[in-house]
Write a protein that binds this ligand. Structure first.
Ligand code: F0G
Length: 361
């Protein structure tokens, strides 16, 4: 399309229009988009030297979606479908990001949003998003798993659309991240590493890679490597965790809705799902921010913590291409960033004092 001054503008219109042939049908007039997707795949330039110089590490930086997380890819599809079916309200349980995304897309669609979050257990940025987008925010005196049970029951009996990842349209939208990665690399990576919470995203990525493979767009499939936090690792432990706990509040989940699908993604791909400690999550979080200039939230940093763990036991062969999904932006959770960092220095207001701190005097 020619723009002003004769420039050719390649207009980006969001994931639904870009990957329409692989997505459920939807009429143009029902598409609700905030131009999600099209996120950068960033090659590590310093961490390789520190971790393993003979593997290739890429970050799929999903924090750069409109509401700061990968949820937007699924939400454009789920809310568009809800609108096309005449729904006037959406509901979700959330550890924070789903509520931020659902409320933003509902605002865009001009419909209501109701969100249930575990009281005191979501990052400040995410809470502020749901509030400012006008959701009815309910802080439940329970955890995510309990809130999800309530929302499922309400959506079954009342005229309100559930937009958690048990809504199949969510996973349809989220699988577009695999397409983008494959399009950019010209192939699937050898390994795809990502956090596992309610287990929707690992399911969606695997579905996306498989569909691209079946369509002949890629010649091989990646191994899916999922990571849970030690205190919230039901899939690893193979039992429900009644009281999950982790600093990575986004994945503080003890009974994932897509449990079996995540296990299938793991097994069909020849991958694994393991856990890492909060301490290692926070180390990876600080390492990434201070070496690559990429700020993600703690739950996202589990991808890097997982890679470091596996690398420590010689898991990766020379030349292995690893893509790590960084699921959410670091600014959502500034409290943890400040906790893992040095305190700012208080300095008297004069040049000499500043120079002293700079080590120049
Ligand atoms: N990373 C972040 C930043 C998340 O917010 C979530 C899930 C995950 C990873 C895990 O993805 O659930 O598909 O396995 N957050 C949900 C929410 C549960 O409510 O925002 P998953």
């Amino acid at each position: 399309m020619p723009g002003e001054g004769g420039l050719v503008i390649n207009k980006y219109e969001g994931v639904i229009k870009r990957y329409r042939e692989f997505l459920p049908e939807i009429d143009d007039r029902h598409i609700i988009t905030i131009l999600e997707g099209n996120t950068p795949l960033i090659k590590a330039c310093n961490l390789g030297k520190i971790i393993n110089p003979v593997i290739e590490i890429y970050f799929k930086y999903e924090g750069l979606n409109p509401t700061g997380s990968f949820k937007d890819r699924g939400m454009t599809m789920a809310v568009s479908k809800a609108v096309s079916e005449g729904s006037k309200a959406v509901i979700c349980a959330s550890t924070g990001n789903t509520s931020a995304s659902a409320s933003a897309y509902a605002a865009r669609a001009g419909i209501k949003s109701f969100v249930l979050i575990p009281e005191g257990k979501i990052a400040t940025g995410k809470l502020s998003q749901a509030l400012v987008h006008g959701a009815v925010v309910m802080q439940i005196q329970g955890n995510f798993d309990e809130a999800l049970v309530i929302t499922r029951e309400i959506a079954k009996d009342y005229d309100v659309t559930l937009v958690n990842s048990v809504n199949p349209f969510r996973l349809e939208g989220q699988k577009t991240a695999s397409f983008e990665i494959a399009d950019e690399l010209g192939a699937a990576p050898d390994y795809h590493i990502l956090p596992v919470g309610n287990a929707g995203n690992i399911t969606a990525y695997w579905k996306g890679y498989r569909e691209y493979y079946d369509a002949g767009k890629i010649k091989k499939l990646p191994k899916m490597l999922g990571f849970q936090a030690k205190g919230a690792a039901p899939i690893v432990l193979n039992h429900i965790v009644k009281e999950p706990h982790t600093v990575a509040t986004a994945i503080r989940i003890g009974n994932p809705a897509s449990w079996q699908k995540a296990v299938a993604a793991r097994d069909e791909s020849g991958g694994l799902i393991e856990s890492v400690s909060d301490e290692d999550i926070l180390k990876a979080y600080a390492l990434l921010a201070s070496n690559e200039g990429i700020f993600c939230e703690p739950a996202s940093a589990i991808s890097l913590a997982g890679l470091i763990k596996l690398n420590g036991r010689g898991f990766f062969k020379k030349g292995a291409v690893c893509v790590l999904t960084l699921t959410g932006h670091g600014l959502k959770d500034p409290g943890n960033a400040i906790k893992v960092s040095k305190e700012p220095v208080v300095v008297p207001c004069n040049k000499n004092s500043v120079l002293k701190v700079m080590g120049l005097k």
